[in-house]
Design a protein around this ligand. Structure first.
Ligand code: SF4
Length: 246
């Protein structure tokens, strides 16, 4: 909007009386006009990027990149170059701070930092900086797993001994992306003595039908199924929305 206001001013030689936008809620929202300075500084930044001899660096990050149209370009390159930003727990600020210290790859990271050094390392945090602190254990574990390409067992899962186990196919959005914080149950499958096929929830004309196929299993395979369902219910702690259900 700032750019439109500036273009208006350049074309008609007068400042716009007001900038307004029709929002998705149906309201008319006033947008303060800054003479176009904000929009022009963004354009200058874009121009400076376009004039660079080599590509600018920006660390990849799952929540930042997963919905971006350049994902297929940036992510495989970061993976191939073993960019330190690929390490789970290394956020944007930490990746940039490490890069300033010459740490570009996962191997650089592991060879230059041990636990105590990384714990004291300060990365940008808003307008201040903050120590990596206790996160160091998890970050180094992830980095070692990424470098070796091998799975690391952090702790054996404490699963009750039962004949049948149910795997739930759940999907949700990170809370910061989805204000409703719904978790969707797409389907389930029983493994063990009485295995089942994968049972997908289906969106029917009446939404409630969508999870009807799941209920017979609860009654046929009592005990383990119900106990696992109970565990999942406790684990979710939120409404487990099913596609098509209100
Ligand atoms: S995929 Fe590339 S361009 Fe898109 S947000 Fe990630 S780093 Fe930036």
């Amino acid at each position: 909007m700032g750019l439109y206001g500036w273009l208006y001013e350049q074309s008609f030689k007068e400042t716009p009386v007001a900038l307004q936008v029709h929002s998705g809620t149906g309201e008319i929202v006033a947008v303060p006009y800054d003479g176009g300075s904000g929009a022009l500084s963004v354009l200058e930044e874009i121009l400076s990027y376009r004039q660079l001899a080599s590509e600018p660096y920006s660390p990849v990050g799952w929540s930042k990149c997963s919905g971006c149209g350049f994902f297929e370009y940036c992510w495989p390159r970061a993976d191939k170059s073993q960019d330190v930003a690929m390490v789970s727990g290394v956020d944007q600020g930490l990746a940039l701070a490490l890069r300033e210290q010459g740490v570009v790859t996962v191997d650089d990271f592991l060879s230059q930092y041990d636990e105590s050094q990384l714990s004291e390392f300060r990365r940008p945090w808003g307008k201040q900086s903050r120590r990596v602190g206790k996160q160091v254990v998890s970050i180094l574990r992830m980095a070692r797993a990424l470098a070796s390409g091998e799975e690391t067992i952090m702790e054996s899962p404490n699963i009750p001994d039962n004949y049948n186990y149910v795997m739930f196919d759940l999907e949700g959005l990170p809370p910061h992306l989805d204000e409703t914080e719904k978790i969707y149950l797409w389907g389930m499958q029983v493994f063990g003595k009485k295995p089942s096929e994968y049972i997908a929830s289906q969106a029917g004309r009446r939404g409630f039908e969508s999870h009807r196929p799941l209920f017979p299993l609860q009654s046929q395979q009592r005990g383990p199924h119900l106990s696992n369902l109970g565990l999942i219910a406790i684990f979710l702690g939120k409404d487990a929305g099913i596609p098509g259900c209100p």
